[in-house]
Design a binder for this molecule. Sequence first.
Ligand code: PEP
Length: 266
Amino acid sequence: MASVTTGGRTPLIAGNWKMNLNHLQAIAFVQKLAWSLKDARHDFGAVEVAVFPPFTDLRSVQTLVSGDKLQIAYGAQDVSQHASGAFTGEIAAPFLAQLDCAYVIIGHSERRTLHGETDEIVAAKTAAAIGAGVVPLICVGETAEDLETRGASAVPVAQLKVALASIPKGSDFVVAYEPVWAIGSGQAATPEQAQQVAKALRDTIAEHLGDEAAAATRILYGGSVKADNIAGFMRQADVDGALVGGASLDVEGFSAIARYQKHVGV
Ligand code: PEP
């Protein structure tokens, strides 16, 4: 089935597990997810599916995915801006590359809020990921207060601009627009709100890296995405997938989100 997004971008449905599921639970989860998608004859070429487990799960997920030749991609939830050295507790991007991580989430609002990650740190982490050959999935989004005082696009666009300065032309990267007020709240943005900000983000990429980069870059929406609201987002011209938190922890729910093309027309 052809992609429903424009620009020839392959949609990406990404599950951010946050600090949930240990490595044994991760193996069982990824196995079940693969079976669920296979049973439903999911076309992985048409819609890419990725999971983002905790660091300690990654080696197990790598072994399962490579051993069983699964088409599910995976990545980490964070990365150090440094390549090696005296940074206790940190994980370097080359380590993720060694684990065959396709992606790494950078600048999730929980990292920005709980761990004081600034736009500059997000930019440095983005550069580190790209340097190691891991595709950064850069999260941007406004708080409820930002929304009220500055509108929806101003903060995400400003955050993205700083990250874009660290991205060499021709690099593959993904942007996730995640309004902070929508994360884990059960109150998703409307598809129209998501489209409006995704378009502003795409225009910003065009300004900084050119039209080709803007057309090629996938922009996801994240914030209380579920199987019953994904279709509305995926109908939007500039929304190329979803970053899913809570609903990514339920195999059948996440599988249904990944198979949104079955219900996008209803
Ligand atoms: C997230 O944490 O990235 C997220 C989108 O969470 P949720 O889907 O639970 O709102």
